[in-house]
Every structure is written in structure tokens, then in C-alpha cells.
Design a protein around this ligand. Structure first.
Ligand code: PRP
Ligand code: MG
Length: 214
């Protein structure tokens, strides 16, 4: 018997963390969780869990430091196009959208030409702008993006929209949906054959959970 363990990255904190642990639990995988611990091991399945920052996960997958991860498709589109996509997991549904102040009259994408756009998703925005033949000036910020138009930093923003409440609170309106996203099982292109065998067992269990949920 091999003593190999499959290494999974889970979001350390934030909206994916809880639902990711929940789906593993429903798949019958127990993980002891010391809150401060950044690494945990399952007692009843050959799985080691690393709690990481969302944005760092694609690089860990690329390098083969972790074998798999649960993360938003939006993160893969932004910086993980080379990462293998497994099952969509049905939770953490959101959009990556462009928004402008409510008071602004918006007639279409051409209105963004020559404008300043604040975002944490530069690659996604650039691809979208290029596709539409629009030139804009990007301001890359990592959080609280929706404040940018109110403080004169940008004319528009591009960020995740889930309930829409952050846009609402900041007097913004969603004008373009660039991407629809949900949590997905992401797989390292460097996964070994031995660990691939463990992964297939995990995928089998996840599929049963997903079937039972629908
Ligand atoms: C995320 C995202 C949006 C908001 C969308 O921010 O960046 O701002 O949630 O969710 P909603 O449509 O349900 O309001 P988060 O709260 O994670 O903070 P951050 O941007 O500062 O990281
Ligand atoms: Mg935010």
C-alpha cells in the first residue's frame, strides 16, 4: 500500500472556505481543524489540506506544490488558464462584471473607451476590452474596488458581483457581465499517477454528493 496523500488547497478565509469544507465533509472526509493551523490531514482519507490565499493557489497548482484545489473559476480565468479543470461544484456562484456610477448614462461598451477602470482582474478586463476594440486605462487594486469611482480614482470598476449589495451600497450599477463563475475542482498539470488514483476516488465521492444535491 502506498502512503501517498493527495494535497488539496482550500481558501484560507473568505466565501469559498466554508462551502469547500462542507462538500468534503459530505463526501465523508473528516478534517481536524485547528483554526490557526494552515495545514491539516484527514483521518479517514489520504488527503492533506493546505489553507491558502485564493490568488496564490494557481501558482501552487502550476508548480505541483498542491495537486488539486477548490477555487472560483474566475481565479482560473484570471491567472490559471494552464490549470486543468475538474468538476464544477455548484456553490459560490458569482459574476465578474463592469459597473459604473448609477448617475452615469451608459449606452454600451464604447462608453468605456478612454476611461479609467479599477479592478483586481486585469487579465480578464484586458481580454474583454481587446475583444471589443476598446482602449482603457486600468488601475489594479486588490480590494475595496467599488470605492474607486466615489473617490475619483476611476470612471468604472470591474469586480465580482454576488448578491449585488456592494454595488448597491456604493451607488454603482452593473453594465457588462464579463464572466459567470462558480467553485470548481482545479487540478495541477503536474499531478503524479499515484495521486491521480486518489483523486479519482475523491472525484467519485464528490460526484455522488453533487448528484444527491440536485
Ligand atoms: C467581494 C468582491 C465584491 C463583493 C461582491 O469583496 O470583491 O466587492 O465581494 O459581493 P456582493 O455582490 O454579494 O456584495 P469582499 O467582500 O470579499 O472584499 P474585498 O474586495 O475587499 O476582498
Ligand atoms: Mg470587494
Amino acid at each position: 500500500m502506498s502512503n501517498q496523500k493527495l494535497r488539496i488547497a482550500i481558501q484560507k478565509s473568505g466565501r469559498l472556505n466554508e462551502d469547500s469544507l462542507k462538500i468534503l465533509k459530505e463526501a465523508g472526509i473528516s478534517i481536524d481543524n485547528g483554526k490557526e493551523q494552515l495545514k491539516a490531514v484527514s483521518r479517514n482519507f489520504p488527503l492533506e489540506v493546505l489553507y491558502l490565499r485564493n490568488g496564490d493557489i494557481p501558482q501552487y497548482l502550476r508548480d505541483g506544490v498542491v495537486d488539486i484545489a477548490i477555487l472560483g473559476e474566475n481565479v482560473l480565468v484570471e491567472k490559471g488558464e494552464d490549470i486543468i479543470r475538474g468538476e464544477k461544484l455548484g456553490f459560490s456562484k458569482c459574476r465578474v462584471s463592469m459597473a459604473v456610477p448609477k448617475s452615469v448614462k451608459y449606452n454600451g461598451i464604447q462608453d468605456l473607451d478612454g476611461k479609467k477602470i479599477a479592478t483586481s482582474y486585469p487579465n480578464t478586463v484586458n481580454a474583454f476590452l481587446k475583444e471589443n476594440g476598446i482602449q482603457a486605462d486600468l488601475h489594479i487594486i486588490n480590494g475595496s474596488v467599488e470605492i474607486a469611482p466615489n473617490i475619483g480614482l476611476a470612471d468604472a470598476i470591474c469586480d465580482i458581483v454576488s448578491s449585488g449589495s456592494t454595488l448597491f451600497k456604493n451607488n454603482l450599477k452593473e453594465v457588462e457581465v464579463m464572466l459567470k463563475s462558480e467553485a470548481i475542482l482545479a487540478i495541477s498539470p503536474k499531478i503524479t499517477e499515484e495521486r491521480q488514483v486518489i483523486l479519482e476516488k475523491l472525484q467519485f465521492r464528490l460526484k455522488s454528493v453533487l448528484n444527491a444535491r440536485t
